[in-house]
Ligand binder design. Sequence first.
Ligand SMILES: [Zn+2]
Length: 174
Amino acid sequence: MKCTYCGVEMQKRRATREHPYAYRQSGLKSVLLSGIEVFACPKCSVEAPIIPKIAQLHESLADEITHLPRLLRGDEIKFLRKHAAMPAQQFAKLIGVRPEHLSRVENGHTRSFGKNTDRLIRALTLTAKKGKDARTTLLDLADRLDHPAKQPAAFEIAYALKPDKGWQPIDQAA
Ligand SMILES: [Zn+2]
């Protein structure tokens, strides 16, 4: 295997705990892998790892990040979002921030979100991963909260019990 940058034959090494491989391709700043083979260019020192079972690795990383007992960093938020296959635009809408703001946080230009948003992000990425229906429902909710069809006329919410249909909401405007 030759280096794509300088054409020099790459040398194979085994990543160990003492000399691990920094998995920056994941977008995460601090993931070190060991027990895998890595091809390293002796000239420009670029490295190409062989990562088996990558899906399982990412699943495990996502799980670990979701349970971190501190506020998530931007790179971790981005990893969770991408792992859940959620486009940035959609994700920003779900957590109720502007896409530019999300982008600044994800790229580390602004400090992370507060505790509430942080927890929401964990819940949403978990939900999005587990079920597409839940995501659609949440997106619909965010849309309705952002663009209410009408202002509520009163604080009461009226329901009527109908013999055939059970409880039905009564449209106050009607
Ligand atoms: Zn090279």
